[in-house]
Design a protein around this ligand. Structure first.
Ligand SMILES: [Zn+2]
Length: 66
């Protein structure tokens, strides 16, 4: 056998090491606004507090994620 014991098989350059890019941005993350479906009032969404647990300061109804 002409090949030794695995002393570098050619063509295996980009196996591990890169390609782990987290591209996760855009939609519903922390931040953003909650909007009232009734009157359209917006408040700043606060992390840890779902919009559904907030009430519109005007209407008093539940708000939704914008
Ligand atoms: Zn409202």
């Amino acid at each position: 056998m002409p090949r030794g014991d695995g002393t570098g098989p050619m063509g295996q350059g980009s196996g591990m090491g890169r390609g782990m890019g987290r591209g996760r941005r855009g939609a519903a993350g922390p931040g953003g606004n909650c909007v009232c479906p009734g009157c359209g009032a917006k408040v700043t969404h606060q992390a840890g507090t779902p919009c559904a647990s907030m009430n519109c300061p005007k209407c008093g109804i539940r708000m939704v994620r914008e």
